[in-house]
Design a binder for this molecule. Structure first.
Ligand SMILES: [Fe+2]
Length: 122
């Protein structure tokens, strides 16, 4: 999303980033890619134009590749990033096991607003 309201947006500091600053920048870049994916997919969902939908989804998927690149870069820069990701993955798999769900995500299930279970009535 545009960040024009910030007068310092896009300005290059008069020195090179430290390693810690670079790590923070890459985290912000990851967030930007995720926001871009959200936007492109929302726009694709909002149109009936098949070409526009296909192009927007293709771009969104390219952004997903960028997320992977940036996460790999973070992994290299921090040295311990993957340990935290693995810990998070294990925590979700443990919860999924507790709930009886397969550890593999239900990627084949198409969840939509209409498929949400109704709230329990008291
Ligand atoms: Fe990107």
């Amino acid at each position: 999303m545009p960040d024009f309201f910030n007068p310092f947006s896009g300005m290059v500091p008069d020195r090179k980033l430290t390693k810690e600053e670079l790590i923070r920048v890459v985290r912000v870049d990851v967030a930007g890619e995720l926001e871009a994916i959200h936007g492109y997919m929302a726009h694709a969902d909002a149109t009936d134009n098949e070409l526009a939908k296909a192009v927007l989804i293709d771009i969104a998927n390219e952004e997903r590749v960028h997320v992977g690149e940036l996460l790999r870069l973070l992994s290299i820069l921090t040295g311990d990033e993957d340990d935290y990701y693995k810990k998070g993955t294990l925590e979700v798999d443990t919860l999924a096991g507790t709930l009886g769900a397969a550890s593999a995500p239900a990627a084949k299930e198409e969840s939509t607003i209409g498929s949400l279970k109704p709230l329990k009535e008291d």
